[in-house]
Design a binder for this molecule. Sequence first.
Ligand SMILES: N[C@@H](CCC[C@H](N)C(=O)O)C(=O)O
Length: 419
Amino acid sequence: MIQRCYSTGKMENDLRKLCIGVDIETVDNRKLITLRGAPESKPDGDSGRLQYPPPFEAAKMAITATISVPLTSPTRRTLASLNNLSPHSLRFTLPTLRRTIKYPNSRLVASSMSTDAPVKTPSTSFLNRLQTGFLHFAKYHGLGNDFVLIDNRDSSEPRITAEKAVQLCDRNFGVGADGVIFVLPGINGTDYTMRIFNSDGSEPEMCGNGVRCFAKFVSQLENLKGSHSFTVHTGAGLIIPEVLEDGNVRVDMGEPVLKASDVPTKLPANKDNAVVKSELAVDGVIWHVTCVSMGNPHCVTFSREGSQNLLVDELKLAEIGPKFEHHEVFPARTNTEFVQVLSNSHLKMRVWERGAGATLACGTGACATVVAAVLEGHAGRICTVDLPGGPLQIEWREEDNHVYMTGSADLVYYGSLPL
Ligand SMILES: N[C@@H](CCC[C@H](N)C(=O)O)C(=O)O
């Protein structure tokens, strides 16, 4: 969508941040600004004033009182009518900066090629309407575990390949993220399907922080307000996130899988088909490990030979993490959680993720950590797990055997990339 407006004041730089393209030309001694990739507006039924779609409101990126024009050049009539409109203010919030900038004195006036023409309301995502030929995405993070979120509701095939996802995740040559997540149509009666590529291009079954970000992104796409939940099909089965009034997300992560061959691990089961506090030699050191699947595989360790309670800040994660990840006893590789017990309800954990390396947080890892802590007798069923990026509340509920995870998920910014 293209919009044109005249401007006085110093709004051009800020418009550049809002829109994909901002061109400025001088017409009749005034600055005519052409905005490409700005959100579309439509008339409000009562007032007739032009309003922007709710997702942009939700994203706090609003421009008031501009008029959208089709993708054609302005005519003499259009330019002449620009002079007759009244002044309005421009206001927007950059989500990352969390500040509102107001221009009470700026004048933003505009007109249209055909103000009488009906305004179309496209049914596709507000992100996709920005400009064709571009991949529009949102960047979210859950406690610093960061993801590129892509609206893929119109197709059950991810809009980008695993190779492209690897490029996007690169922190120097790409957007920078721990993974790319797709919101796809639901299957098996669910509302949505979530798929994810790790930063190395592998596809995990599930991602705990990712599903919280997924839930917030869907809320924005669908303009859902207040507390609400929906069903999500994942490689780990049915997952149910609930966006709470305070903006946090509580997720029913389902039941943990403990059977050794299903985790999967080749370590022999030593307790009810599960691997609990078993010895594992890694790099010449004996570690005590419990293996849990939350749909994806986890190896949780609280101790090693000669060190009954790990001091996780002292670990050289980048050295030891890959040796667990690629250990021969984990045929599907593994995520590894190194855990320090602070109390019966408080754990501190650092993670080395399969396919992503050291991350600031891992939701499935925090769930697996509490399950392992209960099985090893370190903690009760309700714990706070401190991660480098912040805390998660985890409950392994006795009544239904499900694990519940509650934590934050935050929008960082919207972006667009040439495809
Ligand atoms: N960070 C995620 C887990 C992402 C998948 C993981 N790297 C795997 O390959 O299993 C989380 O928050 O759970």
